[in-house]
Design a protein. Structure first.
Length: 344
């Protein structure tokens, strides 16, 4: 068996571009040999840009190839578990982009298919690979800002106008599924704790927009959710993905940011950027190594898991857990009550 893992990428959109690049930066470990996307033009452009030849409209063509050992799933969220199950049945290793899907029971079936196949199943929580992920965990676990902590983040934007499929409940699920799964995973790792219950309120702002016509099934795109961790820490999520597409929206985004508030101080910024620790002793900054570096390390870990049997980065259990939290938030909004994660 060649040391080089031969890979097929399913999807050729924005996140797939990062996968193509990351595999190219791990040329000693992997080689992309083909890609599939219903948009053949996007697949062709990716082939020309990243130096592979074969493209397909149907992802099943990738799975039929005997020379493809592993796949990166970069398709819309609803298809993640469906394609993962098919890939395992075809004997492929799987690196699946987050989120895990839109249906927890279906993703559990994907996990079972992975176990039966004996193949590697990795989730695309690339924030785990960022240098500041470890820094944040160490800062919190050392008690630098004390405990308990309130972690806060916001996802505000004109996603409805720019990428309508992200605000479609049947395609990508909206911000509480698509975006905040990263925060749930990263905060849980930093707190070394799990979310046990959520309380949320929200609504569908897109229903008040002329752009609503772009959606088959509008998702809950606006709301506030509070996550209760078993450590006593809290997480607060704020979302508004159907704001008008105004130039001044950038001013709003710049005024927001991740924060971690504790009894001894606070941390400003998320793991994707610079962390600033503010305490009575002063301010300390920790720069990050960037998103591209995180994707490169994620692909490296995936390849090492295949060839060396080492941990794959983020396991599928992380995908299921974050999806359960996301679905609990949506259930809390719909039913107007506190929802425990064990219900999902």
């Amino acid at each position: 068996m060649s040391e080089i893992v031969r890979v097929g990428v399913i999807g050729a959109g924005r996140i797939a571009q990062r996968h193509f690049r990351a595999y190219g930066e791990n040329a000693d470990k992997a080689k992309v040999v083909c890609a599939a996307d219903p948009n053949l033009r996007a697949a062709r452009e990716s082939a020309e840009k990243f130096g592979f030849k074969d493209i397909y409209e149907d992802y099943r063509e990738v799975l039929r190839r005997d020379d493809v050992e592993a796949v990166s799933i970069c398709a819309p969220t609803a298809l993640h578990p469906v394609i993962a199950i098919a890939a395992f049945e075809a004997g492929k290793h799987v690196l699946c982009e987050k989120p895990a899907g839109l249906d927890a029971s279906l993703f559990r079936k994907a996990m079972e298919a992975g176990r039966r196949s004996g193949k590697v199943f990795a989730m695309g929580f690339m924030e785990r690979q960022m240098s500041n992920a470890k820094v944040l965990r160490d800062l919190i676990q050392s008690g630098r800002i004390g405990r308990p902590i309130v972690a806060r983040t916001a996802a505000f934007g004109s996603t409805l106008h720019r990428i309508p499929s992200f605000v479609d409940a049947e395609v990508n699920g909206g911000p509480f599924i698509d975006m905040f799964c990263h925060n749930v995973d990263t905060w849980s790792c930093a707190f070394e704790a799990k979310v046990v219950s959520v309380s949320a309120n929200g609504f569908i702002m897109s229903e008040q927009s002329a752009a609503r016509a772009k959606l088959k099934s509008p998702a809950i795109d606006t709301g506030e959710a509070v996550l209760a961790f078993d450590s006593g820490d809290l997480g607060a999520l704020s979302a508004a993905w159907s704001l008008p597409d105004l130039a001044e929206l950038n001013l709003l985004k710049k005024s927001l940011g991740d924060s971690f508030l504790g009894p001894k101080g606070f941390i400003l910024g998320g793991v994707r950027g610079t962390l600033r620790v503010v305490t009575a002793q002063g301010v300390e900054e920790f720069p990050n190594d960037g998103i591209d570096a995180a994707h490169r390390k994620q692909v490296s870990a995936f390849c090492d898991a295949i060839r060396k049997g080492t941990p794959p980065g983020a396991p599928p259990e992380a995908g299921l857990y974050t999806l359960q939290v996301s679905l609990a938030v949506l259930k809390s909004i719909r039913e107007k009550r506190v929802v425990r994660i064990e219900e999902i």
